[in-house]
Design a protein around this ligand. Structure first.
Ligand code: PEP
Ligand code: MG
Length: 573
């Protein structure tokens, strides 16, 4: 029987091969009860300490192996495992369970792990999912070391597609690339560490597929990491369809890879900056590997999210400095804090709002809680001397907001200079064009900034009055609507009239059709997920800018996103 299942696409590519199901031991397994009278705490603690030491050695080896094979930043995952193995609160809780509650060491570690995982789960934030898996991974490692079940790596006898309830980052990092064609997990999310590792390993992966039917090992499975589709026992027609897709994907990949270190030029020689969006320093490696011309959007809010307290000015400074230094003079757009809406920070207490996307978000919040912005601006300006800095203000709707933010920036710059702290003389200031009012007033904004960056995600959401998180109205957020295109055109004309540059950093910048229309409208910078950089660059090389301008003219007169899609896919070829 054929099964067609839909999961979350976690790593691109298509894998076809025999299925092997990995049946793992889980940290969540019920704890076997132990007779408290038989527990000798000192012995249990010693047992635990030895397993802890062994685990630290194993993780250190794994960290060094990952650093050598995948680079320093991927190895950070295991550095974070090491930090859990040294975490004083974690160790104190295990100790308390052993000595005060007379638990055996295995139970003490499992229960402590479950307690920490539960605390993270209560935060109900996808960003913490990775941390939950890290703890689960560490707990099973310590337990295995205590029980002597040892080696957790997965051994395969022939090239296969692996399926599992879940894979820990350690298991993923140790997968033998010559044997694993791809993997499917019942749980997991696209931002979990194993998904991140799968992307670095170039392994097609689909996660969060839900319970898999009981199928014998060896059955054929197709994993489409591009769409999230998994097909078990495909018939011969489907099999050859996917064989073709796999070949086409691999051929495109080769072509596209060749563009990672090419200049970003249209066929007629127009230079367009193709930059990468990042959310943390972990994304930098991908930006560099894919040959991004710069960082077009550093969403700094993620640095504020995965933690329990505000990052200090110095901590922020170190991060911004690192990004600017690693980009070696290529421009880096650092966007000031954009929280609120779907991005909440536990330690910034916000009043509950009926419409968070229309509420105290981004620059509005920063102007209300000025200290937040002042601290961030000081950290950014201090880092400015380490590269080419561009500061970007999110969600600006009025001139007054821009002017208030500018005053703060100028005051902080003057204070730094007074204290003899070096600040670059050449940093630029820009605003996001992501609220229709900013696009409509672009002619007023343009004389007061150095650049515009269009956020098509929010510009679409606010133009269409359709919540970007609401599936029921997803049809209004899909594609490039002519209404949004007209607003981009307006902003672009104002930018040109005042001699400033304009970029696009929303998802549509990396869209293989929409990017051409943006180029046609005079956009000179496109910033996207790093993996899209070579693909868009290869398409740019085939684009004639004068033709793109004609297509944009025509698209502006069309009546719907669908009509634009039909039109552009016809002309772009
Ligand atoms: C956008 O709105 O298009 C954008 C780039 O910002 P974010 O997705 O972070 O809201
Ligand atoms: Mg936005």
């Amino acid at each position: 029987m054929t099964y067609r299942l839909q999961g979350i696409p976690a790593s691109t590519g298509i894998a076809i091969g025999p299925l092997v199901r990995y049946r793992e031991q889980s940290a969540q397994r019920p704890t076997p009860r132990c007779d408290a009278a038989a527990v000798i705490p000192d012995q249990e603690w010693e047992h635990f300490s030895k397993a802890l030491e062994r685990s630290r050695e194993q993780v250190t080896l794994l960290r060094d192996k990952t650093a050598a094979e995948l680079g320093q930043e991927k190895a950070e995952i295991f550095a974070s495992h090491l930090s859990i193995l040294k975490d004083p609160e974690f160790l104190a809780e295990v100790r308390r369970k052993v000595f005060d509650e007379q638990k055996d060491a295995v139970a003490a570690v499992r229960e402590t792990g479950l307690m920490f995982m539960e605390l993270l789960r209560q935060l109900e934030d996808e960003l913490f999912t990775g941390r939950i898996h890290d703890i689960e991974d560490i707990v099973s490692r310590i337990v295995q070391n205590m029980q002597g079940t040892g080696d957790e790596s997965i051994k395969l006898e022939q090239p296969s597609v692996l399926t599992a309830v879940d894979l820990t980052p350690s298991q993923t990092a140790q997968l033998d690339r010559s044997m694993v064609l791809g993997f499917v997990t019942e749980g997991g999310s696209a931002v979990s560490h194993s998904s991140i590792l799968a992307r670095s390993l170039g392994l097609p992966a689909v996660v969060g597929i839900g319970p898999l039917p009981e199928i014998v090992d060896g059955a054929t499975v197709i994993v489409d990491g591009n769409s999230g589709v998994v097909i078990l026992n495909p018939d011969s027609g489907v099999l050859s369809e996917y064989e073709e897709k796999r070949k086409a994907y691999e051929a495109e990949l080769q072509l596209v890879k060749a563009f990672a270190d090419k200049p970003s030029l249209t066929k007629d020689g127009l230079k367009i900056e193709i930059a990468a969006n990042i959310g943390s320093i972990k994304d930098l490696e991908g930006a560099i590997r894919n040959g991004a011309d710069g960082i077009g959007l550093f969403r700094t809010e993620f640095m504020f999210m995965d933690r329990t307290a505000m990052p200090s000015e110095d901590e922020q400074f170190e991060v911004y400095k690192h990004v600017l230094e690693r980009m070696k003079g290529k421009p880096v757009v650092i966007r000031t804090l954009d929280v609120g809406g779907d991005k909440q920070i536990p330690y910034i207490r916000l009043e509950p709002e009926t419409n968070p996307f229309l509420g105290l978000r981004a620059i509005r919040l920063c102007l209300e809680k000025e200290d937040l912005l002042r601290t961030q601006i000081r950290a950014i300006l201090r880092a400015s001397v380490f590269g080419t800095l561009r500061i970007l203000l999110p969600m600006v709707a009025t001139l007054e907001e821009l002017r208030r933010a500018k005053t703060i920036i100028i005051e902080e710059e003057a204070n730094l200079k007074k204290r003899n702290v070096p600040v670059s003389e050449t940093w630029e200031l820009g605003i996001m064009i992501e609220i229709p009012s900013a696009a409509l007033l672009a002619d007023h904004f343009a004389p007061e900034v150095d650049f515009f960056s269009v956020g098509t995600n929010d510009l679409t959401q606010y133009t269409m009055a359709a919540d970007r998180m609401n599936r029921s109205v997803a049809y209004l957020n899909r594609g490039l609507s002519p209404a949004v295109l007209r607003l981009v055109d307006m902003a672009s004309r104002s930018a040109k009239a005042h001699g400033i540059w304009i970029g696009v950093c929303g998802e549509l910048a990396g869209d293989p059709e929409a990017f051409a229309l943006f180029v046609g409208l005079g956009i000179t910078e496109l910033s996207m997920g790093a993996a899209s950089v070579p693909r868009i660059r290869s398409r740019l090389a085939a684009l004639v800018s004068t033709e793109a301008a004609q297509w944009a003219e025509r698209a502006l007169r069309l009546e719907s996103a669908e009509a634009i899609h039909q039109y552009i896919s016809g002309v772009i070829g």
